[in-house]
Design a protein around this ligand. Sequence first.
Ligand code: B12
Ligand code: SF4
Length: 451
Amino acid sequence: MKVLLVNPGPTGTYGTAMPLGLGYLASYLISKGHSVKVLDLEVEDYRIEEDIDYIGITILTSTYPLAIKTIKRLRQDYPNAKIIVGGPHISSLPIETLTENPEIDLGVYGEAEITLSEIADEKPNVEILGLVWRDGTEIKINLPRPLIKNLDELPFPARHLFPMDKYKIHPPYSSDKFTNIITSRGCVYNCSYCSKSIFGRTYRAFSPEKVIQEIQEVIRDYGIKTIHFYDDDFTLNMKRAERICDLMIKENIKVRWSCTTRPDLVTKELLVKMKKAGCYMIAFGVESGNNEILSRIDKGYTIEQVKQCFKWTKEVGIKTIAFFMLGLPRETEETINQSVKLSKEIRADYVSWSITKIFPATPIKQIFESNPKVKFTSASMSEVVGADREENKYILFAQENFTKEQLEQKLKEINRQFYLTPRNIIRNLLGVRNFKDLLNRAKLGLKILFG
Ligand code: B12
Ligand code: SF4
C-alpha cells in the first residue's frame, strides 16, 4: 500500500526537529513492504502526492485545531484515501476525536508501529488491537495494543524521507548541524501534569549498542555534529546511560550532545562520564522552589536534591537549563518568590518558565478541582505553540490565586529579572559561536523578554 505520513504545521514553535514518531512508523511500514512518503508541514509547503491509499496524521493536543484544518484539506484533495490519525491527542481522547471529525476514517491509540502496518496490510478492523474505527454510525474502540517488548527489533527512523536540512534546534542549544534521537520509551514517574497516553508508566530502552549504531549512522549519512536526546529522562537507567557514554568514548565518537533528565537521576560520577562522552548541556525539570508543591504534583524529588544536582553539573562543566512552572496547584506570591529564589541560587545557565497548562487525561485537573474556587479557561493556540489565536478547548488554564493575565505578567517580569543582569548578558555574549547563533539568540531574547 502507498502511505503518506503528515506532520501538521507550521505551528510557530521556536526551533524544529524531525518528528521521530512518524520516522519510526515510516521505517516499520517500509520493512513490511509498503511504500511511504512524508509531508512535514512544520518545515515544508503543502503539496499533493500521487496514488495514495492511506494518509496518516500525527496530532498533539496543542496541534489539534491546526491538524483538523489540514485533515479537511487532505479530505478534499484525496477523496479516496483513508485518513488515519495517531499520536498523544487521540490516545488521550480516542472516541471524542472520531466523533468530532467525520473526515477521519480510523484512529490509532498508543504505540502504533504494528497497528499501522496491520491497517496497511488490510487486516479486518475488528481484529486490529489499538484501533478506533467506524462500524456504520457507531464508533468502536478495540482493546489496547501491548507494548513492543524488544525495541531493538525496530528499524531506525526513516530519516532519508524527511527534509533533514530544514530542521533547526533553538538556542541555547548548539547551532551546529543537529538531529534528535530517542533512546528509550516511557517513564516510570507520575508527575501530575504529564500526559502518559502513549507509552504509559512502563520504561523500555534500546540497547546501548543499538544507540551507538544510530549515532554513527546520523554522523555518517547526515554529517551531524550535535545531537539532542529526546528521551523523557535520558538517565532513568543510570547504568545504561553510563554504558552509552563508555561506548561513545571507546568508539571515539566526535559529537556534542544534550539531553533532558530529572535532578534525582544523576550522580557526580555519571556526570563526569557524560561530559567526557561529549555532553555539553542538560535540561532538568525543576518546576517549583516549594517542597509542598513538588510533593502535591507528585514530582518525587526535593529542593535539596535539585541544589545538589545543579552544583555537581556546574562542577563538571556541563551547562544547565532549568524548567520552572508558574501557576501550579496552591501557588501563591510566596511560592513564586521561592521558585525565583531557587532559580537564582542553583545558578542555571538558562531558565525556562512556563505557565501550567492542563492536558487531557492528566491528574493535575483533579488536584485543582479539590479547591472549589478554581476556575478553568481554555487556551488559545498562540499560548501553546505560537501559531494563531485559535481557541483550543482541550488545553485548560486553572485560575486559582492568579488570573492567566497576572501569571503572564509575572512570567515577563521574572524573565527580565533573570536575563537582564550584567552576568547573564555577558555570559550569553561569551556563549555566541557564530553570526547565525548571534541572530538566533537575539530573536529568542526578544521573544522571552517581550512575549
Ligand atoms: C520531543 C518532544 C517535543 C519537541 C517536538 C519536536 C519534534 N518534532 O519531535 C518539542 C520540544 C518542540 C515539544 C514541544 C511541545 N510538547 Co512535546 N514532547 C516531546 C517528547 C518528549 C518526545 C516526542 C517523541 O519524539 N516521541 C517518540 C515517538 C516515537 O513517539 P510518538 O511521537 O508519540 O509516536 C508514536 C505514537 O504516538 C504513534 N503516532 C504518532 N503519530 C502518529 C500518526 C499516526 C497516523 C499513527 C497511526 C500513529 C502515530 O506512533 C508512534 C510510534 O509508536 C514527548 C514525550 C514522549 N516521550 O513522547 C513530548 C510530548 C509529545 N509533548 C507534549 C507537550 C505538551 C508539548 C508542548 C505543548 C509543550 C508546551 N509548550 O507547553 C509543546 C507543543 C509543540 C507543538 N508543536 O505543538 C506532550 C503532549 C501531550 C498531548 N496530549 O498532546 C508530550 C506527550 C509530553 C508529556 N508527557 O506530557 N515536544
Ligand atoms: S519525569 Fe518527566 S516524563 Fe516522567 S512523569 Fe515526570 S514529567 Fe512526565
